[in-house]
Write a protein that binds this ligand. Structure first.
Ligand code: 5GP
Ligand code: MG
Length: 178
């Protein structure tokens, strides 16, 4: 579908499923090189990253584990700056090679907060993978190790990303149709 309605807003296709899957294949190839023998623990940031993580992890062929961290920062279509971590990690992270899996990095505040939480557990290394990145909104200096697709500063939904809880269940990614 080229256009969808979500609650009170209209959205149009921005990134097709084919382009999403191409970018995921590239990330997985790079991970399979980098993470060989490192026994990585993937930390998937819920809710948004669940679909990306699921497609990505099936193409990662190194021995690895997967855990989940639940954050919340968006209400409506603008970042509130308030971030809450709702579910913690129960694995021992000390000395582990962690890979954060995010749907999107916007200002970078959420990512910084996640890294602060994880660093308290003294991991050996923290790598960052994000399907989407808004370079023009980014306010942090944290290096992103794996970036799928760079996008402009627009509000998007689909493929895990929501508008007030809806539209996570699409294969393509949609942008607000102004
Ligand atoms: P940041 O803290 O980097 O500003 O925002 C990160 C979080 O905000 C993401 O993990 C995601 O949940 C949400 N977010 C940022 N940009 C968008 C967007 O365009 N659409 C949606 N649905 N969520 C976004
Ligand atoms: Mg997220």
């Amino acid at each position: 579908m080229l256009k969808i309605n979500v609650l009170d807003k209209k959205f149009k296709v921005s990134i097709t499923s084919e382009d999403i899957q191409d970018s995921i294949r590239k990330i997985a190839l790079q991970m399979n090189e980098d993470l060989k023998g490192k026994d990585p623990l993937f930390i998937v940031i819920l809710n948004g990253a669940f679909i990306f993580a699921s497609d990505l992890i099936k193409q990662v062929n190194v021995d690895c584990r997967i855990s989940f961290l639940k954050m919340a920062s968006y209400h409506g279509t603008a970042s509130t700056g308030k971030i809450r971590d709702l579910i913690g990690i129960d694995e021992d992270l000390k000395g582990k090679n962690l890979v954060i899996v995010e749907d999107i990095v916007d200002t970078g505040f959420t990512l910084e907060h996640i890294i602060d939480i994880l660093e308290k557990h003294s991991p050996a290394e923290i790598k960052i993978a994000t399907l989407l990145f808004k370079p023009n909104a980014y306010k942090k200096k944290i290096k992103l190790d794996y970036v799928g697709i760079e996008i402009p500063n627009d509000f998007i939904v689909g493929y895990g990303l929501d508008y007030n809880g809806y539209a996570r269940n699409t294969k393509d990614i949609y942008v607000l149709d102004k």
